[in-house]
Design a protein around this ligand. Structure first.
Ligand code: OAD
Length: 297
């Protein structure tokens, strides 16, 4: 394909030549990378779970209000993530990381599919945590269990996880009634898993929720990598790039000289990755198809 004269290039051959001469490459991945594996994204189609917005369930307030509901949502996500496979996009990124020492991958995904594609751990930063880590909700307790693959995680969550429901019309009587009379908690708090260390806090998934801080040590490591020198290229893969601080890394990479390459099924509404210029790239389509092609792995 020819390059658009004023906008970003769509030329895989040009991209590959830029990639070949690149020494330092950054990637920011989002839920769209795992879509072809069969996992839902957060916004747009698939962004609902049992009529609840996936984004609205990802908060400490939602957990305080109805921990059973939030646990059911995460139990469903854990179950699904364990029952799908990494796709060609995850494998291509992992292979590139093995071939290119200067490739550093930041992911917002918590599904474990990068790791299952054998992405080298030292070149992968899990910005939003990991679905399979378990921690304590009590702020004064530091209990963490890594990589717990139990499915369901706890006997209180052992009803078969449901698939996301088809959205119902907003204006039905039931939908209006639910707004006025929110449903009672789904699972009694005392039945939910409690922390074995402090005995007080409820256990929770080890993911970062809206309003929570990302792990400071990890952020410092990312910052140190960015500050090591100029960045040649940044891949922005399957993300709306609207959640900060993750999305801000696109601007940081630009500031370090990077060309931006967006890989997304939709070429509009690119959040922090918008405003692509002539030096940049835009590949519209599934990451599972485009990544192996443009990375040549
Ligand atoms: P979103 O659901 O916001 O965006 C998914 C993006 O993937 C959209 O831009 C889609 O167009 C694109 N997409 C869908 N299928 C694709 C495919 N096969 N190939 C390429 N692109 C595809 O998900 P994120 O941007 O990851 O945070 O969301 C960011 C954060 O918001 C998540 O980590 C989560 C969420 O709330 C927390 O929970 C803290």
């Amino acid at each position: 394909m020819m390059s658009n004269h004023f906008g970003p290039s769509t030329d895989p051959a040009l991209f590959r030549s830029v990639l070949q001469s690149s020494k330092r490459l950054l990637a920011l991945c989002g839920a769209g990378l795992s879509a072809a594996s069969g996992l839902d994204t957060f916004r747009g189609a698939g962004g609902l779970w049992k009529h609840h917005s996936a984004v609205a369930l990802a908060t400490p307030q939602a957990f305080e209000r109805d921990p059973g509901l939030v646990w059911q949502f995460y139990s469903c996500r854990r179950h699904k993530a364990l029952n799908v496979e990494p796709n060609a996009g995850h494998f291509a990124l992992a292979e590139l990381a093995r071939r290119m020492e200067g490739f550093y991958c930041l992911t917002q995904n918590v599904d474990g599919l990068h790791q299952r594609a054998n992405h080298p751990a030292s070149q992968l930063k899990l910005l939003h945590g990991h679905l399979f880590n378990i921690q304590c909700f009590n702020p004064s307790c530091d209990y963490v269990e890594l990589n717990n693959l139990e499915d369901p995680f706890h006997h209180s969550l052992d009803s078969p996880p449901s698939a996301p429901a088809t959205p119902s019309p907003k204006n039905t009587i039931a939908a209006r009634a639910a707004l006025i009379n929110p449903p009672t908690p789904t699972i009694p708090r005392e039945s939910l898993p409690h922390c074995p260390q402090c005995g007080i806090g409820l256990l929770r998934p080890g993911v970062v929720w809206f309003g929570e801080e990302l792990d400071q040590k990890m952020l410092d490591e990312v910052e140190a990598w960015i500050e090591q020198g100029s960045i040649d290229l940044m891949l922005v893969i399957g993300t709306t790039a609207v959640v900060h601080p993750a999305a801000a890394y696109v601007g940081r990479a630009r500031g370090k000289g990077a060309r931006i390459a967006v890989i997304n099924v939709e070429g509009a509404d690119l959040g922090a990755a918008g405003g692509l210029g002539e030096r940049d790239f835009l590949f519209e389509g599934g990451a599972e198809k485009i990544l192996p092609e443009i990375l040549g792995v």
